[in-house]
Design a binder for this molecule. Structure first.
Ligand code: 4AD
Ligand code: MG
Length: 492
């Protein structure tokens, strides 16, 4: 039979029966008559103390994979209530301690990022993998309970949804170098790795009303920052039959509130707090790559997600607040806040801290010229009262990470959408002329959604890896996703 994972086994009462445990040696201490090995298997932060004879411990070093059989015995040590007296030990995989890169000591984040294939073995990185899995499961069940249908939109597409030009182009191994005789040949027109599944989800929302996806997303970002990856996961949802941006924001807010409240009483949550506490106590034992955060700070961060309602302010108001803060001397920025210039990261950071007071902040109704073609005008389009026409959209800002999610109402009227596409320079997508353009380079299919039974709808996209950073207190996005592409990563 397969031995249980340690997190299940360590507190089971086996009576006198022998138990078998599999794991990795986290550390080994050899004395004259006895040796102690701490065994872990990544299923929890918990380690089991295995008591060995010096013979058994011969050739055993940190990182080796072992299978041990023995008997639980009350432990005289204060670290654990019981320990495993090992009758037989099998080394499944030797570890050459002289070359093993992950010694039992603190390693810098930069060093660990050079070992994306070995880094997941560190207990904290294993915990982050379990957090990713936990968050996926929680959000999946939350959305299912709220009647959202999970979809698997295409990854290779012909459209650049955000129109920012940050696309990776996909070419088949044997490209159609001369004009392909078959216009239907998929690669006859440019294909990209998706930058967002939104347009496809809009099509599906017109089928099942509420739809969502958690998909790999690709951006040929030049931004090499602690918050940007070239390949990341985005959670996107689209809701038909809603006509208020507030309904979309309500969904984001209640979904993340339910997630944080579950995390507070979960094993993963408890382990995260424990890991940060241990790392602060004992920097020498710290094995992970981002600065430890005081557990009370992390707990307050989760509580800030649970508390509500989260503030919602317009872009205009945000600019006013920023200017006011500068005038009052309570904030200083490298870029003076200006309505025309949009929000710089430093501005977002200030708003998240000062307006949110520990909770996330929605900034809504950005100027039309700063946002993509598909957004509809602000609800109370009292544009004359505004400095510039605005659209019905939001960015969700949180401390440290800044933009965690973005969403909007979608322009669902055919004439208005066509006009907006023209204004955004998408003429080719409008014509879809088969003579000059392969037909699928056009967004005629997207306009069809407005031609046939169009309904008011809206949706959002949430950076999944950024969410994991925020929940785990890990400051660099490279350290929650392993291994994930960044502009500089070559192997593996
Ligand atoms: O704000 P973005 O670009 O919005 C969209 O793509 C919409 N079409 C989504 C929608 O409405 N369905 O991206 C959404 C989120 C951002 O708020 C950010 O959290 C994350 O995706 N994101 C990134 N995360 C990591 N690395 C990058 N390079 C990211 N770019 C965006
Ligand atoms: Mg955005």
């Amino acid at each position: 039979s397969v031995a249980a994972l340690l997190h299940r086994d360590h507190d089971v009462d086996h009576g006198d029966r022998p138990v078998t445990l599999n794991g990795y040696v986290r550390s080994v201490r050899k004395q004259k008559r006895v040796a102690f090995a701490a065994l872990g298997d990544g299923s929890s932060l918990h380690t089991v103390q295995a008591v060995l004879t010096p013979q058994q411990a011969e050739g055993l070093s940190t990182g080796a994979a072992v299978s041990v059989t023995g008997q639980w015995t009350p432990s005289p040590g204060k670290e654990q209530s019981r320990e495993l007296h090992v009758a037989s030990l099998r080394i499944l995989g030797h570890n050459d301690a002289s070359t093993y890169p992950l010694q039992k000591k603190y390693h810098t984040p930069e060093f660990l990022r050079t070992l994306p294939h070995l880094r997941p073995r560190l207990p904290f990185n294993a915990l982050l993998l379990r957090l990713r899995s936990y968050v996926t499961a929680q959000l999946t069940s939350y959305l299912a309970e709220h009647d959202f249908v999970q979809a698997h939109p295409p990854i290779i597409t012909s459209s650049d949804c955000e129109g920012a030009g940050d696309v990776f182009t996909v070419t088949p191994e044997t490209p159609a170098s001369k004009p392909h005789p078959d216009h239907d040949f998929y690669f006859a027109s440019p294909k990209y790795l998706t930058v967002s599944s939104q347009l496809h989800l809009e099509a599906l929302a017109h089928s099942v009303s509420r739809v969502w996806a958690l998909s790999p997303t690709f951006r040929a970002e030049k931004s090499d920052t602690a918050r940007h990856l070239s390949e990341f996961y985005m959670l996107e949802a689209e809701l038909a039959f809603v006509d208020r941006l507030d309904d979309v924001m309500d969904l984001v807010e209640s979904m993340l509130r339910a997630l944080a409240s579950g995390l507070q009483s979960s094993r993963v949550g408890e382990e995260l707090l424990g890991a940060h506490a241990r790392d602060l106590d004992d920097a020498g034992a710290r094995d992970h790559d981002s600065a430890a955060m005081a557990p009370t700070t992390l707990a307050r961060r989760w509580q800030g997600l649970v508390d509500g309602p989260w503030p919602r302010i317009t872009y205009d108001r945000a600019i006013q607040l920023l200017k006011h803060a500068v005038a009052q001397g309570v904030a200083r920025f490298d870029h003076a806040p200006d309505h025309k210039d949009g929000l710089h990261t430093e501005h977002e950071r200030y708003l998240a801290d000062a307006v949110g007071q520990g909770s996330p902040v929605f900034v809504t109704d950005y100027p039309r010229n700063m946002k993509p073609f598909y957004m509809s005008p602000s609800a109370d389009a009292a544009d004359d009262a505004r400095e510039a026409p605005t659209v019905s959209c939001f960015d969700l800002l949180v401390p440290d990470i800044c933009e965690l999610a973005g969403g909007s109402m979608r322009e669902h009227r055919l004439a208005e959408l066509s006009r907006s596409m023209e204004e955004h320079g998408l003429h080719h997508a409008l014509t879809g002329d088969a003579e000059t353009q392969p037909s699928d380079a056009s967004l005629q299919w997207y306009l069809d959604l407005r031609r046939y039974g169009s309904v008011p709808h809206g949706g959002f996209g949430l950076g999944f890896d950024r969410l994991l950073c925020y929940l785990s207190g890990v400051s660099n996005i490279r350290d929650v996703s392993s291994p994930r592409r960044t502009p500089r990563r070559k192997h593996p």
